[in-house]
Design a protein around this ligand. Sequence first.
Ligand code: M6R
Length: 394
Amino acid sequence: IKKDHVEFFNDEGTKINKKVLELSSDEEKYDKGDYKHFMAKEIEEQPTTLKNGIKEYVDNTNNDINIYNFPWKANEISSIILIGCGTAYHSCLMAKYWFEQLTTLDVSVDIASEFRYRKNRFKKETLYVFVSQSGETADTYAALDLCKKNGMKTCSVVNVIESSIARDSEFVLPIHCGTEIGVASTKAFLGQILILYILCLKLGLLRKDLKKDVFGQKLKDLRELPKLVEQTLLIDNKIQTISNTFNEAKGSMFLGRGFSYPIALEGALKLKELSYIHAEGYPAGEMKHGPLALIEEGMPVVVLAPRDNYYKKTISNMQEVIARGAKVLLITNKSKDEVVSENIWETLEVESTNADLLPFLLTIPLQKLAYYSALKKGFDIDKPRNLAKSVTVE
Ligand code: M6R
């Protein structure tokens, strides 16, 4: 893609790329302070990185969102396609739920490695959004390049603003969360979903899908988010103990519905990439269509059931897995109403906020669960096996 992204081969003939080689110098350049690992530092600094992101885009004086020099008028866009890989793909999926809920735009998501080889129906009135922490992911870049060659509107959501994806897209929305060293993406995930949420609110307002007062209330709640993340980060000791059970298991499942489904996928990805434990993210309502067969006595299952519109349905799916012997870790948000269900193994409660923002808070215990599982197993947390921070080869 770029001249400095050449491929190297090690003595065994395995392909390694230059970014992998550069990681060690980044580690020397950045300080993890008192933390054992960059990942721990990156999890803990999320209140600050979110605050920075909000400061960059939210105009407190006028109660508005500033996205300067956006090259298109709101009425020139009728649909949006969000594209990324791995965690960035999960951010896209998260945003799909928000865009559908808060705007009248048609919205779809795609995995970059699939999008780039499919027979796409390119449409002038579609905005193509590319999400990438590094801005160098080969598949995401190729998808962007394809859109550009077809004359499409392209926008990227990146962390590294000097990257190829940022350079070659028509419009860039930086996530402002600072360098992320840990291969497992944490603060960049919250940064990506923050900026996508902000874009969604702004387009919703411009298209008159969102009333000014609703928009104002959502901004007010958003400003409170860093504080709630900070409080949620305090759930710690319990997760350390809980992680033992995951480490002893053959496999695990992460379930959620609606806004919580992309977070279930992200939780499962974090656990598998760091602890090498088989973890499957699934929409809770899909269990009885096959995966329920996997549940056996003592299998750890994370159920994300915040008090939103899906709550009752998710609790009922949770009871189905408990009845088959699963050890359920329920993650919900604080509420005056008790959870009415028997035989829940463990419950964790995140802070409460409006339903749009609960996904941010639900992510925190899942990041910590993956971190502690890997820590106890003694694995290389910042550089899990077989993975690179930036996947610049196909
Ligand atoms: O740099 P990008 O956001 O484009 O990277 C995409 C994926 O490779 C990345 O999110 C990967 O899935 C992470 N290791 C997940 O923690």
